[in-house]
Design a protein around this ligand. Structure first.
Ligand SMILES: [Fe+2]
Length: 295
């Protein structure tokens, strides 16, 4: 297998990350080794077991509709044959994390970039950057949900606009992605469930986010989320709970320009803060939190 082409390291709102070439490639499926397929299978089985009664039911249902299984690393072309007619989204293979504007432009055009390579067996529990398991297993299932699919496109279009406005607007918008697409929880009749890709692709956080008394669980509010800092190297101190995907889409519909202007004048909140105005599901006891603040 060829090594992915890393072009530079860059300080972003996600921390210090490698950034890859923007080239869209063919998924080099034939180059996956038996070890790669095994890694996929191990992670797939392990997460599916943990996610019973934890993940939003449409997450697992949609994985099944996409015929994702432990048997082998999926071919992006096969997934696209289901995804594209359903919601107009298409997976494209990339070398890794893209520059922000490139990423937003893909989303705005209903193209979801998926890292083609998978982690090494010794990295089952933690990887600092997204690999194929995170992108495919974590992000792709909800692209089959029509409302969430629209939200992702709206987010991309919002990203292109925010990038033109400036770094502060971009930071506000990135927090929205972080606390919804990556680390979001949703309220259901059966209780809180996970829909965030960063959680469903992590064994430890899938358990922690719902079971631990340490983190806050707070009702979603767009401006509150945009004002909340986060850490990338620990489990979250706060999870925001949506009532429905429609709530996300509705919140994203208005033009954010006046919101950015308003937020510019108000202070941001630490990742673990609880405000008087919050709808609190659980006030975390802060157990195990490090004291060195947040990003
Ligand atoms: Fe992600």
């Amino acid at each position: 297998m060829e090594n992915p082409r890393r072009v530079e390291h860059q300080m972003t709102d996600k921390g210090y990350v490698p950034v890859y070439t923007t080239t869209v490639i063919e998924q080099p499926w034939d180059t996956y080794t038996a070890v790669d397929h095994d890694t996929w299978a191990t992670l797939f089985k392990r997460q599916r077991e943990i996610l019973v009664g934890r993940a939003a039911k449409e997450f697992v249902e949609n994985q099944e509709r996409l015929h994702m299984s432990a048997e082998a690393i999926p071919r992006f072309d096969d997934l696209n044959r289901v995804l594209k007619p359903a919601t107009g989204w298409e997976l494209i293979a990339v070398e890794g994390l893209l520059p922000e504007l490139t990423f937003f432009e893909h989303l705005a055009n209903r193209r979801f970039p998926v890292t083609w390579w998978i982690r090494k067996p010794e990295q089952l529990d933690y990887l600092a950057e997204p690999d194929m398991f995170h992108d495919l297993f974590g992000h792709v299932p909800l692209l089959l949900n029509p409302v969430f699919a629209d939200y992702m496109q709206a987010y991309g279009a919002g990203g292109v606009k925010a990038a033109a406005i400036g770094p502060e607007a971009l930071q506000n918008l990135t927090r929205l992605y972080w606390y919804t697409v990556e680390f979001g929880l949703i309220r259901t009749d059966e209780g809180l469930r996970i829909y965030g890709a960063g959680i469903v692709s992590s064994k430890g956080e899938s358990i922690y986010c719902l079971d631990s008394p340490a983190p806050n669980r707070i009702g979603f509010d767009l401006e509150r989320v945009m004002q909340t800092r986060y850490r990338i190297d620990t489990y979250q101190k706060t999870y925001f709970v949506i009532d429905s995907y429609e709530q996300l889409m509705d919140a994203t519909r208005p033009d954010f320009t006046p919101i950015y202007a308003r937020l510019h004048a108000s202070p941001s909140h630490a990742a673990g803060d609880v405000l008087d105005t919050d709808r609190v599901w659980q006030r975390g006891n802060g157990e195990g939190w490090s004291n060195d603040g947040d990003v």
